[in-house]
Design a protein around this ligand. Sequence first.
Ligand code: ADP
Ligand code: ASP
Ligand code: MG
Length: 411
Amino acid sequence: MARIVQKFGGTSVGNLDRIRNAARKTAAEVTANHQVAVVVSAMAGETNRLVRLCTDLSRIHDAREYDTVVASGEQVTAGLMAIALQDLGIAARSWLGWQIPVETDDVHAKARILEIQTAELDRRLNNREVAVVTGFQGVSTRQRITTMGRGGSDTSAVALAAALNADRCDIYTDVDGVYTTDPNIVAQARRLNRITYEEMLEMASQGAKVLQTRSVELAMKHRVRLQVLSSFANPVGSDLPGTLVVDEEEVLEQEVVSGIAYSRDEAKVTVIRVADQPGVAAAIFGPLADAAVNVDMIVQNIAEDGSVTDITFTVPRSDLHRTRQVLEQIRNQTPYERLITDANVVKISVIGVGMRSHAGVAKRMFQALAERGINIQVISTSEIKISVLIPEEYTELAVRALHAAYGLDRP
Ligand code: ADP
Ligand code: ASP
Ligand code: MG
């Protein structure tokens, strides 16, 4: 007997037939004598609809009320899933974030889980009842509903698996695993049988939305056995293996580059002709950090006469408005000539733990892009990743070119 957390994403609970299909997958595990907790997302498109209601009503709205609104999608699917399971003769009960409770900090819209109380869930699971838990939502230390950022149900599932000491956390989605790149834009992408936590972490943080970044961090920290599976491809009981996220030692043949990710959620900001002296970077990036703007790539150009310089950096597209506001506010103390912003950019990243021991990875990337006439605007690297910022219209072309250049195309 094992204890399993299953998570069904938006498309996997997108309509009543799909909810029934998901319930049958849960029922199969219960019939096999396993204890199951199910984490559900909102029905496909529902969270986007709820977000739009908030922004249409008021462009800059109270994040606490945003959370109250957007958390509601998961409440509906949790109840529907419990009904679908009961219809199959399975004992099941739904649980909202505050009922468990899933305790989070009070950073609304991107809350982090502090603790999950499991005594009651433990008791119910031991009594053979399926616990259907809302993904994405929790309750803050101030007793308000919080949400964990877009894609946050993955994190709910992994955190629950860790808290419940589950043997497995199965993420059911609309693709049958983690691919070398997004299979929806590169037909030649290959499914990976295994991927290391570290690579998955980079893939997720560089834009591969198949798993939320925080969920991979938690899985790595708590050594949760995490796998990504399709909720559609296979009939119940014959699930193909999907992709297992594992430790580096468990991957036998390591490619130099194992995947390519892209993120359209990028905007580029250039501060033109700011003083080239100590303290200027702190004067710019300090206030941005205080405003919770997450600055990613940064380049500072060297000015010819050494007195002024240009600084270019990237921020999430949704933070561009706030970034402009902050930079305008500091202009008196930190003068600059002007600001240039560009939201039509995309960040493309090649990722692989094999990069640590192989040279020439960057060269191949720059060559492949140059051959297609794609101009690189900003570059950044880590031990196992190289990222470039390019014009957004070249996204597909660049990802396909790199996928081929690193020999990742399906034979
Ligand atoms: P869910 O609603 O189940 O959480 P998501 O839409 O959040 O599903 O994530 C699944 C999607 O992630 C896939 O449909 C695919 O387009 C996208 N994706 C991006 N990169 C990858 C990758 N490397 N492997 C698999 N899927 C990827
Ligand atoms: N429903 C939320 C979203 O769309 C959470 C999730 O699906 O993981 O972002
Ligand atoms: Mg998702």
